[in-house]
Design a protein around this ligand. Structure first.
Ligand SMILES: [Zn+2]
Length: 124
């Protein structure tokens, strides 16, 4: 790496670097992007809400974990952990400003344990 001259420095900083940053989701420039930013689950205060739902067709029972942070990576990892611990299928989706995870079967007891281990408060 060569020493920067004062002229180089002026060149480097003459353009605002944030103007060239692209959104990782829509690939638009940050200034054009209209994506909703992901929330950081670590700094986001939330209480997950557990409820049981019966699917219309076949009447299969699923445990729904609602009011989770809207953060795909977080939801994906938590869904993977829950599926493993519960030994069942599951999926996640982003519903408006909340993240939602569905785990097949009535797994509230196990889910409460997993959430507690992850430091996630829940009710229901
Ligand atoms: Zn975007």
């Amino acid at each position: 790496m060569s020493q920067k001259t004062s002229q180089d420095t002026r060149l480097v900083y003459s353009t605002d670097p944030t103007l060239n940053v692209k959104c990782p989701k829509c690939k638009e420039l940050q200034s054009e992007c209209t994506c909703q930013p992901d929330v950081d689950p670590k700094s986001y205060k939330f209480v997950a809400v557990l409820r049981i739902e019966k699917q219309a067709r076949g009447g299969k029972t699923v445990t729904v974990i609602d009011r989770l942070p809207k953060n795909e990576l977080f939801l994906k990892q938590l869904t993977t952990t829950l599926k493993k611990k519960c030994g069942t299928g599951g999926t996640y989706l982003v519903d408006g400003k909340d993240g939602v995870i569905e785990i097949q079967g009535d797994k509230r007891e196990m889910i409460r344990k997993v959430l507690a281990a992850e430091g996630i408060a829940c009710k229901g």
